[in-house]
Write a protein that binds this ligand. Structure first.
Ligand code: MLT
Length: 265
């Protein structure tokens, strides 16, 4: 585990492999641990970087107001810490996808390819923002387990809970590690994030979109809408996968990402 340090930032990340850099950003309320299989598999042909976002996994909460743009800057600080000046592949799942889109808006020249997994381009609706506020209040009152308990039944496809008990157990372990500060920070950042819909036609790097057909958190129609709006993209809708296709269908997921990296390489 390495650390990217920058003024108020202490971001922990894993690094494995060599070649084209690919940075994978985790979803909420998880940590870089959700990419363990990808760190192993993709590092055979690429330099895989997996940060824990502030307040998740081994990264402490950062000073200052949390924002998705700030999280994107934090990820770029990982590249800076390693002197990676060549354009890198940035991938993110759900919240990680919001962060990857923010990075593509802020520094498109630093991005060789973009991978959007189980995510959407739009901002939160008024109702969605009110839901975030309600959850923030509950976490402050009762702790971070409130979020883990409410999200756990929605993260995998209904079938995966039966057919993949080890994945379901690992998911619970990852969510046990979340802290109230990390959760409140990320909920605030996601609530206030910019709408990226208008960015989509202006994404000029190759884009890979992956979404589970059984996603109960973000419907796959969101992936199809992004695919229609982005000039150069490949869309893959995976069978027998919910919100976490990299965990539920790791072989298929890694094969698709590996092919994308080969084309970019
Ligand atoms: C995630 O999986 O990262 C979150 O569910 C995204 C969100 O709450 O918008």
């Amino acid at each position: 585990m390495a650390i990217a340090k920058k003024e108020t930032l202490n971001l922990h990340f894993e690094e494995r492999g060599s070649g084209l850099p690919i940075l994978l950003i985790h979803g909420f309320p998880l940590s870089g641990r959700m990419w363990t299989a990808q760190l192993e598999k993709l590092s055979k042909s690429a330099r895989v970087l997996v940060p824990d976002m502030p307040g998740f996994g081994d990264s402490p909460i950062r000073e200052g107001a949390p924002s998705v743009d700030q999280y994107a800057e934090d990820c770029l600080a990982v590249l800076d810490a390693l002197d990676i000046m060549e354009p890198a592949v940035i991938g993110g799942l759900s919240m990680g996808g919001y962060i990857a889109l923010a990075a593509a808006r802020l520094v498109p020249m630093r991005i060789r390819g973009l991978i959007l997994v189980s995510t959407r381009a739009g901002a939160d609706s008024t109702e969605g923002k009110a839901g975030r506020d309600k959850t923030i209040a509950q976490v402050k009152e009762r702790g971070a387990s409130v979020v883990a308990e409410s999200m756990y039944p929605k993260l995998l496809s209904p079938e995966s809970y039966q057919s993949k008990p080890a994945i379901a157990a690992e998911l619970q372990e990852i969510m046990k590690e979340v802290t109230p500060d990390g959760v409140v920070g990320a909920l605030t950042a996601m609530r206030d994030r910019q709408d990226s819909t208008n960015l989509l036609p202006n994404l000029h790097m190759p884009v890979l979109i992956i979404h589970g057909k059984d996603d109960q958190v973000i419907p796959h129609a969101e992936a199809e809408a992004m695919s229609k709006a982005i000039p150069h993209n490949d869309l893959h809708l995976l069978d027998k996968a919910g919100h976490l296709p990299n965990l539920e269908q790791p072989e298929e997921f890694d094969r698709i990402v590996g092919k994308f990296l080969t084309k970019l390489g």
